[in-house]
Ligand binder design. Structure first.
Ligand code: GDP
Length: 461
């Protein structure tokens, strides 16, 4: 399916840069470019070979005035990002030339692209599925190397391939069951049911394995929501600065909020720790002092990781005790800081309050124990499952939910088989699972949801 109109966008960030790229896609991409580009070779733009680079000028067709010196690239369909005819104009990276060339493409027959529209076309034209399209934006927004590797794996279709295999198996089973329904001798049904149960078990194993990767996958994509807590003066700010100092990764602005939120990402061996607003950490500590345990509880519920700092040079008091109790069932690491000073804190007492939590002795001042802390965070995120470069990782909550739903349907199918329900009932569950998994590739997803997914992309992508 081809969408007929031709779109254009500035595909590089606005600002001063070495180069800027204006991208045009659609059936008239070449004609639009032809109107505004004069090649040095005097060749007509309409005659250039696909996937070759040409030097020339963009000129205003009304006045013939030169606007900028450019390189022009034509990518004929289907060998392009969108699988349509794509024309890229590489100009100097100043705001004015980029904007003027973009305006000229619009005057010459293109319309402004919507956010994510290039990638959406790649999806609608069948070059990539929805999970691959989503990986494009994940790759752009990746906070760490590990995150970008996971996104690239997804972009290359690793997740799609596994999901497709399971869906194909399900479809075969549905066909098989339906055939058996048409021959209603009971023994055929029973035999079929037993075989189906066996294959469902295999499919479910694949789904379970994918679900196992989802919690670390989500962290790779979204960052580990981290909260640092403790009484005043225990060393929370020092800890934050020590972590930031060595590992500051990326500061991103999240547009669309009333006040743009600044997120700081700290890269701990590939795990992005998301500490929303450095000032927020300090607010947090005030909040806990002022509002107390109630608020702390709420904060702890939202956190993926709690770093609780205690001062070893002071004995444990009632406040510490209360906070420690709040950590029950939460992912937390207890840091006994200031290990360089004379010890007044009873470590055993702490251990008896939170017997299942890792307790690390550190000295931020002497930079002791920080490597252990990083190891600890890493092992908590991966929980023993090492996610290497080769494995498929589910990073997206939408995909996780779809896999979870498919898994539940298959579990129900097995239960129906076990309780000797008729095959018709089993087919219903198999279909439900097949549909759930189709939401990952976008096959069984409504247009409105697809639009919503692409609307979170940037313009020009
Ligand atoms: P916060 O109030 O919890 O944020 O604590 P700060 O990070 O501001 O630290 C309070 C004081 O403890 C500062 O004077 C730090 O220099 C000091 N401090 C932090 N970590 C250590 C440590 O490991 N050893 C020693 N001796 N002092 C530390």
């Amino acid at each position: 399916m081809f969408i007929n109109d031709t779109i254009a966008a500035i595909s590089t960030p606005m600002g001063e840069g070495g180069i800027g790229i204006i991208r045009i896609s659609g059936k008239d991409a070449l004609q639009v470019a032809e109107k505004i580009i004069r090649l040095r070779s005097h060749k007509a733009v309409g005659e250039i070979t696909s996937h070759t680079v040409h030097y020339g000028f963009v000129c205003d067709p009304m006045t013939d005035e030169k606007v900028d010196e450019v390189l022009a690239v034509f990518m004929q369909n289907p060998r392009s990002y969108t699988a349509e005819d794509v024309f890229e104009i590489h100009c100097h990276g100043g705001l004015i030339p980029i904007k003027r060339i973009y305006d000229l493409t619009l005057k010459s027959g293109a319309r402004p692209a919507e956010p994510g529209e290039f990638t959406k076309r790649a999806f609608l034209n069948g070059r990539i599925d929805l999970s691959q399209a989503e990986a494009v934006i994940d790759l752009i927004r990746a906070k760490t190397d590990a995150g970008s590797r996971a996104a690239l794996g997804q972009l290359e279709g690793r997740l799609s391939t596994q999901i497709k295999q399971v869906r194909d198996t399900l479809l075969e089973m549905i066909a098989y069951a339906e055939a058996a329904i048409d021959f209603p001798e009971e023994d055929i049904e029973e035999m079929t049911a037993a075989q189906i149960a066996e294959r469902i078990a295999k499919s479910n194993l694949v789904l379970e394995h994918l679900l196992d990767t989802a919690s670390s996958g989500r962290v790779l994509r979204e960052g580990l929501h981290t909260v640092i807590v403790g009484k005043p003066n225990v060393g929370k700010s020092s800890l934050l600065n020590a972590l930031l100092g060595e590992n500051r990764a990326i500061v991103t602005d999240i547009p669309g909020t009333t006040r743009d939120i600044i997120e700081e990402y700290i890269n701990i061996k590939g795990i992005p720790l998301r500490i929303v607003d450095t000032a927020g950490v300090r607010e947090t500590e005030d909040v806990i002092e002022k509002i107390g345990v109630e608020k702390a509880r709420e904060l702890f519920q939202q956190a993926d990781l709690i770093l609780m700092v205690l001062d070893m040079s002071r004995p444990l008091d009632i406040e510490d005790h209360k906070l420690l109790l709040e950590l029950t069932n939460r992912p937390a690491v207890i840091l006994l800081n200031k290990a360089d000073l004379p010890v007044l804190l009873d470590e055993q007492q702490v251990r008896s309050i939170v017997p299942d939590k890792p307790i690390l002795l550190i000295s931020i001042a002497e930079n002791r124990g920080m490597a252990l802390l990083e190891e600890q965070i890493l092992s908590m995120v991966y929980q023993g499952t090492v996610v290497g470069g080769e494995g498929t990782i589910v990073t997206n909550a939408r995909h996780q939910q779809a896999i979870q739903n498919a898994h539940s349907s298959l579990v129900e199918a097995v239960q129906s088989i076990d309780s000797k329900m008729p095959l018709d009932c089993i087919v219903v569950d198999l279909r439900a699972a097949w549909e759930s998994l189709g939401q990952i590739s976008g096959d069984t997803l409504g247009e409105d949801i697809i639009d919503q997914i692409f609307s979170t992309f940037c313009i020009g992508k």
